[in-house]
Design a binder for this molecule. Structure first.
Ligand SMILES: Cc1cc2nc3c(=O)[nH]c(=O)nc-3n(C[C@H](O)[C@H](O)[C@H](O)COP(=O)(O)O)c2cc1C
Length: 182
């Protein structure tokens, strides 16, 4: 099978982010031949349509990194029952200027973890709505709503025993979804 390039977008800038740890653990569940990039989104300016004709270097870099990827992996917390602003900001930036949507057609997966019992379900649903508009085909099933608990990660940072099989199955389905679209 040919190599796959996946851009991983993490919706948290927090140093000790559980979602970044989840992203790190997901990357380790992929077989050889899958390469992951981690585009930064914390250095993007607040989106301003006035700048569409003159996008900041950080925005141009993000768009190049998205364009170079064959698939998108969104790993995000839920903020106030929706997508964190930094992630929405990145989605808006790389969707513009009109007609130059870098996300278009890239197959995606959406996953996340939160301390709340609903495990980012509302944020994921809002994100799916945005991705539908951006013309991003997004894996529908299986869904993965993960609540943070003491055993979510083991000492090495891998997914803990209780969730490992579930998360591995999600990752397998996600990678199969990407391959179906490339
Ligand atoms: C501004 C803000 C809003 C939050 N809103 C929610 C929420 O709607 N649902 C939820 O389950 N957790 C919510 N949380 C708690 C997050 O689940 C928790 O902070 C989590 O650790 C964030 O993910 P991270 O560790 O990847 O940064 C919120 C946290 C913050 C800072």
């Amino acid at each position: 099978m040919s190599n796959l390039k996946i851009a991983v977008l993490v919706g948290s800038l927090r140093r000790e982010s559980f979602n970044r740890r989840l992203a790190d653990a997901l990357v380790r569940l992929a077989p050889e031949g899958v390469e992951f990039s981690r585009p930064a989104i914390g250095d993007l300016p607040p989106y301003n349509q006035d700048d569409d004709a003159n996008q900041a270097d950080s925005v141009q870099r993000l768009k190049r990194e998205i364009s170079a990827a064959q698939g998108l992996l969104f790993v995000t917390p839920e903020y106030n029952r929706s997508v964190p602003g930094v992630l929405k900001n990145a989605l808006d930036h790389a969707s513009r200027p009109y007609g130059k949507n870098a996300w278009q057609g890239k197959p995606a997966g959406v996953i996340g973890t939160s301390i709340g019992a609903m495990g980012t379900s509302m944020a994921q649903q809002h994100l799916r709505n945005i991705l539908a508009y951006l013309d991003v085909p997004t894996l529908a099933q299986p869904e993965a709503f993960i609540q943070v608990n003491d055993g979510l990660f083991d000492a090495a940072g891998n997914i803990g025993a209780a969730s490992r099989e579930f998360v591995q199955q999600w990752m397998n389905a996600y990678l199969a979804w990407v391959r179906r679209h490339v």
